[in-house]
Design a protein around this ligand. Structure first.
Ligand code: AHR
Length: 497
């Protein structure tokens, strides 16, 4: 078996990593908000009822931006229900998840929380059951300093300073028949263009994300993006992508492990479509990609029907070691496309298909997937290097032959280089070699590895650290690097001078 070979050269780069790539997502769904981020009375809760133990983990996760309040939830949401005195806020039925929403947390609490955390909010407006006026009013409520009805309402509600929300999603998954207020591409494109125009008239400094397809497998994929961008091209800055991968019931683990390949094709397809719309208009504008929902989602685990309960346990997927390797592979794909993917949001942050889990009144802990996300956010900053990978193939049912080893390298501003790599071979280890041409100063390698005999191992409230990365002793380099990657493993190699 030939070693896998990565070649990196400082002269060949992809682009700067946008910090917003390490975003996340909080939806009013299950226990993401209530008993997730917010639980008054919890021993670690602050004066506003937000859990301090969760905040610590969110910081450690390296989250830079948080999308809110949905998701499918936003398509039936009246944002006005979630502002003002909490005791006067109405409880509403949320049809998306068949849950009763108490509206205890709303726009003001969320924005104040993100400000304390030092992360950017990415706010979604409801283009399912509502439209232009409600969207523009929400921008006015959040961003206008004062002297108008909506901005003065914010001030009266105890927030004299504007929230300064810069990033906005124009609805959520409007291509999906399950979406409340589902629309055709023409209907949605027209509405998004007009809502975006009205929102920008209130605050010209905002950036807007149009809804792309809710998945690459949607029958309208491609046509949806083209039509929507033809309507919205001059108004929006980004188009969204959503992708969840699953091991499936068919036991096709080889394809699941190669989920990064699915991401590569999805991103390339959306870039091609957006640039075709630009070309037709003779425009040099480049639409950014907002991959604002992505994750592993075991579709067969976790309830999706709240039976009108409050904060029911929904989509509480427990992730294993293999899932962490897949998530690490998806992050490699996002980094590889740093020139176009500007925003990324793992879905979601706490309890709901999430890297952080909590028990009401009890502990918060890290799932297996927490680790590659936190480490990639911490060390994957700087300039992505063009990283050709040559590797022996592994066969997959969905994507044909894919390289057993995949990887990408990022040059940090302080001169270090970090290589992220996965071995997607279920049976064999692969040696990874890195040709460090053009980096004569790099002398030391430190490898952090996630692998193990038991790929189904998980973290639980009782064994919160069973699945965790381990750091191997540093080794010296001699113009090149050789690392042994066990079967089904994720590795991060820090190369320093
Ligand atoms: O993240 C869970 C759900 O997945 C979101 O509400 C929706 O946008 C997507 O279908």
């Amino acid at each position: 078996m030939a070693p896998a070979r990565l070649t990196i050269d400082p002269a060949f780069t992809v682009g700067e990593v946008d910090p917003r790539l390490f975003g996340n997502f909080v939806e009013h769904l299950g226990r993401c908000v209530y008993t997730g981020i917010h639980e008054p009375g919890h021993p670690t809760a602050d004066a506003d009822g937000f859990r301090g133990d969760v905040e610590d983990l969110v910081r450690e996760l390296g989250v830079t931006l948080i999308r809110y309040p949905g998701g499918n939830f936003v398509s039936g949401y009246r944002w006005e229900d979630g502002v003002g005195p909490v005791a006067e806020r109405p409880a509403r039925l949320d049809g998306a998840w068949r849950t009763t929403e108490p509206n205890t947390v709303g726009t003001d609490e969320f924005c104040a929380w993100t400000r304390r955390l030092g992360v950017e909010p990415l706010m979604a407006v409801n283009l399912g059951t509502r439209g232009v006026a409600a969207a523009a009013a929400l921008v006015e409520y959040c961003n206008h300093p004062g002297g108008s009805a909506w901005s003065d309402l914010r001030r009266a509600n105890g927030y004299p300073e504007p929230h300064g929300v810069k990033y906005w999603c124009l609805g959520n998954e409007m291509d999906g028949p399950w979406q409340i207020g589902h629309k055709s591409a023409d209907e949605y494109g027209r509405l998004a263009a007009e809502a975006g125009k009205a929102m920008r008239l209130v605050d010209p400094g905002i950036e807007l994300v149009a809804c792309g397809s809710s998945g690459r497998g949607m029958p309208t994929f491609g046509d949806w993006e083209r039509t929507v961008l033809e309507h919205t091209f001059d108004v929006v800055d980004h188009v969204s992508l959503h992708a969840y991968t699953t091991p499936g019931d068919d036991g096709d683990v080889a394809s699941f492990l190669a989920s990064g390949t699915e991401f590569d094709s999805f991103i390339d397809g959306v870039v091609a479509t957006a640039d075709a719309v630009a070309a037709k208009r003779h425009s040099t504008k480049r639409i950014g990609l907002s991959f604002d929902e992505w994750n592993v989602w075991h579709r067969y685990s976790g309830d999706e029907n709240g039976n009108w309960g409050r904060a029911p346990r929904l989509l509480e997927v427990v992730y294993d070691l293999q899932d962490a390797v897949v998530v690490g592979g998806m992050l490699i794909s996002l980094l590889r496309h740093a020139d176009r993917v500007r925003i990324g949001c793992l879905a979601q942050l706490v309890n709901v298909i999430a890297p952080v889990m909590t028990e009401p009144g009890g502990a918060a802990w890290r799932q297996s997937t927490f680790h590659p996300i936190a480490l990639t956010s911490r060390y994957g900053r700087g300039t992505v290097l063009a990283t050709p990978v040559v590797s022996d193939p592994v066969p997959t049912a969905r994507y044909g032959d894919v390289g057993a080893v995949d990887g990408v390298a990022v040059r940090g501003d302080e001169g270090s280089v970090t290589v992220f790599a996965v071995n997607r071979d279920q049976k064999s280890p692969h040696e990874l070699t890195v040709d460090l041409r053009g980096f004569p100063d790099l002398s030391t390698a430190t490898v952090t590895m996630m692998s193990g005999e038991d790929r189904a191992a998980t973290n639980t409230v009782d064994t919160p650290d069973r699945v965790a990365p381990r750091e191997l002793p540093s080794t010296s380099l001699d113009g090149g690097l050789r690392v042994q990657l066990p079967p089904v493993s994720w590795a991060m190699v820090r190369l320093t001078a």
